[in-house]
Design a protein around this ligand. Structure first.
Ligand SMILES: CCCCn1c(-c2ccccc2C)cn2c3c(=O)[nH]c(=O)n(C)c3nc12
Length: 358
């Protein structure tokens, strides 16, 4: 037995018959009067997400509330998220402050992340983050996922929308539901298969998890590859407007997302490793943390981008031109040229270049 590796294993809250016992086992009950709700910052399916502060020090907090009229199952899922979060203690996993269960509405209270969810942050900061900063953000996500894997927790919904960003651009894994909050996955993304009554967001989920419902830390690694693509694509939607059906067929036939505009070759290679159809051949989060750490410390991370930056005068702010041979080739192979409009929004190719593709 390896005594050096003392990882506490995560306890599935559904092993407790009473959800209240589970949540108070892992979460601190907070006095409702100490919670100051300041403003609504998001809307979950179960209720609102608010920014607030916690007396007596008025530390900034985020609060998830469970709306009145919730079902028994919704209460179970709501409390189980707190029971799960309360077991974790890592700088790259959102920290639980406590819960309000002795008054209504039920609340889950966490540390406050000033820069919100990663997908929204990327869309709001297009072109402002360099490859090294993006790789550092991914290093944080991978570190959080390594910790969760060591704790024996499989996330099943790792996506940029479920990662939060603090004031120092530190990224923290969030969203520990047992079933998935619908509003995060549109109806169109709901797969036919579900595991425990939850919904599966197809374009982030490993093939074997979609077809055989085998979720594992290796299927979380596949999702991490998709998050890497999102991070280097300014929060672009994976597979653009393609239908779920197309995504599954495309991936089953071995196709993979192309390198994002201005993405270092090493990062796209890492994505492809995460998307190996044989899950035993994918890297572990341990290896991903080490690889990203190495790339960040290597000074020339920027050097090996996939796209050749044309020599332009300084004030020219036109983004990198895509290496169209790869993009055009990829689109052609998949007869996806009808996705031209979305490629234009993609921000790296011009209309005239797309026309040249046809
Ligand atoms: C993807 C997470 C959505 C809900 N949520 C949470 C959160 C997440 C899980 C349990 C409880 C809470 C309050 C913190 N924060 C935050 C935050 O700290 N800062 C933010 O700006 N936003 C939008 C947040 N949204 C949340």
């Amino acid at each position: 037995f390896d005594f050096t590796h003392t990882s506490r294993t995560y306890v599935d809250p559904s092993t407790y018959e009473d959800p209240y016992t589970a949540v108070l086992q892992f979460a601190k009950e907070i006095e409702y009067d100490l919670v100051n709700i300041e403003q609504v910052i998001g809307r979950g399916e179960f209720g609102e997400v608010c920014k607030g502060s916690l007396a007596p020090y008025y530390r900034p907090i985020a609060i998830k509330t469970l709306k009145v009229g919730y079902s028994k199952q919704e209460k179970l899922d709501f409390l189980s998220e707190a029971s799960i979060m309360g077991q974790f203690d890592h700088p790259n996993v959102i920290r639980l402050e406590g819960v309000v269960t002795k008054s209504r509405p039920l609340m889950i209270i966490t540390e406050y992340m000033e820069n919100g969810s990663l997908d929204a942050y990327l869309k709001a900061n297009i072109g402002k983050l360099n490859s090294k900063q993006l790789a550092q953000m991914l290093h944080g996500v991978a570190s959080g996922m390594k910790y969760l894997t060591d704790m024996g927790y499989v996330h099943r919904d790792l996506a940029a929308r479920n990662v939060l960003v603090d004031a120092n651009l530190e990224c923290k894994v969030s969203d520990f539901g047992l079933s998935r909050e619908l509003e995060k996955v549109t109806e169109e993304e709901v797969a036919m298969y579900t595991t425990r009554g939850g919904m599966i967001p197809i374009r982030w989920t490993a093939l074997e998890a979609i077809t055989k419902r085998t979720f594992s830390s290796s299927s979380d690694v596949w999702s991490f590859g998709i998050v890497t693509w999102e991070v280097f694509s300014n929060g672009e939607r994976p597979y653009w407007e393609m239908s779920n059906q197309d995504v599954v067929h495309l991936v089953e036939s071995g196709y993979r997302l192309p390198p994002p505009c201005c993405c270092p070759r090493s990062l796209h290679e890492m994505m492809l490793e995460c998307w190996n159809c044989d899950r035993s051949r994918r890297p572990t989060f341990n290896q991903l943390v080490a690889l990203l750490g190495h790339l960040i410390n290597e000074s020339d991370l920027l050097a090996d981008t996939v796209n050749i930056r044309p020599v332009r005068d300084q004030d020219d702010c036109i983004p990198e031109l895509l290496d169209l041979s790869s993009l055009g080739h990829w689109l052609e192979q998949m007869h996806l040229l009808h996705h031209k409009p979305s490629m234009l929004r993609y921000g790296c190719v011009t209309a005239e270049q797309i026309m040249r593709l046809t």
